[in-house]
Design a binder for this molecule. Structure first.
Ligand code: G1P
Length: 280
């Protein structure tokens, strides 16, 4: 039912300067795989085959990554290194990638609205690639869990996670009633509130399923926190008009938009790879 996933990827990644001066932050690797590829794999695992990417100036490397590199592939054909391209080749052959550019940086809500041209009038998923998620059990990835919930409720859904009170000013924060274990019907949400004003410590992480009426709401949404058009504000309007759910997902999330989260993710995936190499 959800066929497309939108990836807002136009941001400058200033927290990773100078690394992001010429390389998009979405292309920074955890071990040998760029953040963006982890996101595309998660969407594909959730049954989504069309990746709609909102890029900006200086983001050409993303398009090149999800394309064939003839010279390179010719060079390594038949050699031991060829297997290193297996995963990305298989993704490219199974998915479709489309792109549009966000010309001005006016916030996440504006980036999502820019993607309307790629999405059209259908429900869709959103992945912020710098929130890197991994699941260890058999629940499937975060987006798979959300797609399963969408099939039951048919409304917009955000993934949520508990954070410490001091960290509420880094996230969209929700409040609502728990209608089944781990699922909240949202009554209030605020973008990056001061800890003193936060309605709870349930933070939105970078995974959304949105119904297409969100585009009309975004068109009417006034700039909010930081003078930017916030998806959190548009979702609050949607929650008041109809229904929006928050789901506490099963799995791990790393904030790879921060150096600390990036290093933690690197260590986690390195350990994970080392223990699976041991098993082999
Ligand atoms: C964005 C959203 C915020 C959300 C966060 C998740 O903020 O505006 O509501 O909690 O992503 O990562 P950003 O991190 O882009 O500033």
């Amino acid at each position: 039912m959800i066929k497309k996933c939108l990836f807002p990827a136009a941001g400058y990644g200033t927290r990773f300067l100078p690394a992001t001066k010429a390389i998009p932050k979405e292309m920074l690797p955890i071990l040998t795989k760029p953040l963006m590829q982890y996101g595309v794999e998660e969407a594909y695992e959730a049954g989504i085959g069309t990746m709609a990417i909102v890029t900006g100036r200086g983001k050409r490397a993303i398009e090149d990554h999800f394309d064939v590199s003839y010279e390179l592939e010719h060079q390594i054909r038949g050699g031991a290194k060829e297997v290193l391209l297996d995963e990305i080749r298989s993704l490219i052959s199974r998915c479709t990638f489309s792109y549009t550019r966000q010309v001005e940086m006016k916030g996440l809500g504006h980036a999502i609205l820019t993607g309307e041209t790629l999405i059209g009038h259908e429900p869709f998923a959103v992945i912020l690639a710098d929130d890197l998620c991994d699941n260890e059990g058999d629940e499937g990835g975060v987006l798979s869990q959300m797609v399963a919930l969408y099939e039951r409720y048919g409304c917009s859904i955000v993934a949520i996670e508990e954070v410490s009170k001091e960290e509420t000013n880094k996230y969209g924060i929700i409040a609502g009633d728990e209608i089944e274990p781990g699922v909240f019907r949202i009554s209030h949400m605020v973008e990056k509130p001061d800890p003193k004003e936060a309605p709870s410590n349930l933070a939105i992480i970078g995974r959304y399923i949105l119904t297409p009426d969100i585009f009309d709401i975004l068109r009417e949404t006034k700039p909010g926190k930081g003078g930017e058009i916030q998806i959190t504000d548009a979702l609050l309007t949607q929650a008041q008009n109809s229904k929006v759910l928050g789901v506490r997902f099963k799995g791990k999330r790393f904030d790879c938009g921060s150096v600390e989260g990036f290093v933690k993710a690197t260590n986690y995936f390195y350990q994970k790879q080392a223990s699976s190499d041991e098993v082999r």
